[in-house]
Design a protein around this ligand. Structure first.
Ligand code: C5P
Length: 232
């Protein structure tokens, strides 16, 4: 039975898309709704876990310790702090790969008056990006040879000429070194913001895969925890 099978376990779940500020009113973001991450946190709590949810999507879930963040760097700090004592970390957040290199403290204006003749500068600004840390990869590195915490990643993949969704997922699982990878097939009208999800759950060192869906994000969550509990 699932009820109570995570009792006494401490789990960390990250959810939602990060927002990387450009100036006080603008940010770079993505289409993640955070629904799958919130469902994972709720499912873990229902199964008895002590849950910390690090999220950019505001949430109020019974029995869940919610930490609200905005940027990738804030998400990293909150996840790392919560992970110190965790048995499981699930990185369901859509972390921005890049952020603006500088934050402009006042709103960037569309045009600027220049020179004594009062002529306006109508040029457009450029935004330089820098890479954000890969938090999932950092968690794997800092775990080192220890067996805890179990580390779960998510991957949104599309098939292409170089391979299927599953090929890309297996390659990513090896590259990232996490224990479980939940692979979403993405495309127009799929996954982002939807209430249902279709995923394949892969485990490192196993050729087996578990396909789930189309199913509610709650049902997908329970399938993920079913796999994780076999690794605890
Ligand atoms: O490489 P890709 O972005 O597809 O990997 C997705 C997985 O990596 C997700 O679990 C996501 O939460 C995590 N990730 C991360 N830090 C990043 C980018 C992605 O932890 N900067």
């Amino acid at each position: 039975g699932r009820r109570g099978d995570l009792t006494g376990r401490r789990v960390v779940v990250s959810a939602g898309g990060t927002r990387e500020p450009i100036d006080p009113v603008r940010f770079l973001g993505n289409r993640s709704s955070g629904k799958q991450g919130l469902a994972l946190a709720a499912a873990a709590a229902a199964r008895g876990a002590q849950v910390t949810l690090v999220t950019s999507t505001p949430a109020d879930l019974a029995g869940v310790d919610v930490v609200t963040i905005e940027t990738a760097l804030q998400l990293r700090d909150a996840v790392v702090a919560a992970t110190a004592e965790a048995d499981v970390v699930v990185m369901a957040a859509a972390v921005a790969d890049f952020r603006p290199s500088t934050y402009v403290g006042t709103k960037i204006k569309k045009s600027h008056d220049t020179g004594a003749d009062g002529s306006a500068d109508e040029s457009a600004p450029s935004i330089t990006l820098v890479r954000n840390p890969d938090i999932l990869a950092e968690l794997v590195t800092s775990r080192g040879a220890a067996s805890s915490p179990v580390i779960v990643g998510f991957a949104a993949e599309t098939g292409d000429e170089s391979g299927s969704v599953l090929d890309h997922g297996r390659a990513k699982l090896e590259r990232k070194g996490c224990d479980v990878l939940v692979v979403n097939e993405v495309g127009e009208h799929k996954t982002f913001g939807a209430d249902d999800n279709t995923v394949t759950i892969l485990r490192r060192g196993s050729d087996e895969s578990t396909e789930v869906g189309p199913a509610s994000k709650a049902a997908v969550s329970d399938a993920v925890w079913d796999v994780v509990t076999t690794l605890l």
